[in-house]
Design a protein around this ligand. Structure first.
Ligand code: SF4
Length: 349
């Protein structure tokens, strides 16, 4: 069966599309009550129905394992709420804020770190009054150099709404960088048209766009064309991915993913260790295995393709680089490890 025209949004839809067996319908309806479901036609078209372990299905088709919440998991795994001075703003680091204008996405990733906040049952879209207060907060804090639009997926907003937001940010001199975090170029590439691209830009601001993709198959022909339209327009593209068991936790897949980014003019930026989001333990990889994978990438692919392996510290304490260090202090000198594991001495200065 090929991609239909509408997104699949319920257990019923998934059964009708032949993506889950009828026997699972009621149990998956229980999952859907807590965590939203959405698969765009583009995503449905990427699923290999003959592969029971298909990495695309694993990212978007709900599983019964989501009903299991482990003691370490938490509803707000990266502590957004603890760092939110006004609705829609997360101010974790002095020079930048998150602006969460919308809590809706075109797809709902089964591992999402904000799964308790996004979706129809989530925090919704900022009201005009809340948006006014968020913009006032940014204007009142001259230390804010960068505004990061995330959510939810900000590219679900219409070009008109995006342009309005950019016009308001344009009026704030101290904001120099506006960054969008989005999955739209790969999961709904047809949305990336000239009007939307134009709306992302404002004179005096530099626009960055972080493209979220986790598997090289996400670079479909239509996704590549959408990314090319963005790159041609002068928007600077960086990547973000999540290290996910059964999706990309092996060197060939990660290498192909990172090369895919670079080939599409997207600079690899962050590879996130999966967060302790509820009902996601089936996606979790150990930190030790993650470090081994990232170290292996060093010896496998170009320096251009290297992401930083990042952990968001629970409680809102920000990000930490958790790639294994290749340097350690020895007796009077440093020991440096090369990509083959060989150790070399280096003087302290
Ligand atoms: S697109 Fe991002 S915010 Fe939306 S469900 Fe996926 S990971 Fe979560």
């Amino acid at each position: 069966m090929g991609a239909g025209k509408a997104s699949l949004k319920s257990a019923e839809d998934l059964v009708a599309a032949g993506l889950v067996p009828l026997e699972q319908r009621d149990a998956l309806a229980a999952v859907a009550k807590r965590y939203a479901i959405a698969l765009t036609p583009a995503v449905v078209g990427l699923i290999d129905r003959n592969d029971p372990a298909d990495p695309m299905a694993r990212q978007f088709v709900p599983q019964l394992a989501e009903l299991v919440t482990t003691p370490d998991e938490r509803a707000d795994p990266i502590g957004d709420l603890a760092r939110s001075p006004v609705e829609g703003i997360v101010h974790r680091y002095p020079d930048r804020v998150l602006l969460k204008a919308v809590h809706v996405c075109p797809v709902y990733c089964r591992f999402c770190f904000r799964r308790e906040m996004v979706g129809p049952q989530g925090l919704g879209t900022l009201t005009p009054e809340a948006m006014d207060a968020a913009i006032t907060y940014i204007a009142d804090h001259p230390e804010i150099w960068e505004v990061i639009l995330t959510g939810g997926d900000p590219l679900v907003l219409s070009a008109r709404r995006l342009r309005e937001m950019m016009v308001r940010l344009k009026g704030i001199d101290h904001v120099k960088i506006v960054r969008f975090h989005t999955r739209v170029p790969v999961v709904e590439p047809e949305r990336v048209d000239a009007a939307l691209i134009d709306a992302l830009k404002a004179s005096g601001k530099t626009t960055y766009l972080a493209v979220h993709a986790n598997h090289p198959r996400e670079f479909s022909e239509t996704a590549r064309a959408a990314i090319a339209r963005l790159a041609d327009s002068g928007v600077v593209l960086i990547s973000q991915s999540v290290l996910l068991k059964g999706v990309n936790d092996d060197v060939p897949t990660l290498a192909a993913l990172m090369r895919g980014f670079v080939e599409n003019r997207i600079k690899p930026y962050y590879l996130h260790h999966p967060d302790l989001a509820p009902g996601t333990s089936h996606f979790r990889v150990s930190i030790e295995d993650g470090q081994k994978l990232v170290a292996a990438l060093r010896g496998t692919i170009s320096g251009l393709c290297q992401p930083t392996y990042i952990l968001d510290i629970p409680g809102g304490h920000g990000k930490a680089d958790i790639g294994a260090s290749s340097i350690s202090r020895g007796d009077g000198c440093f020991t440096v490890r090369d990509f083959r594991g060989g150790e070399h001495q280096y003087p302290p200065r």
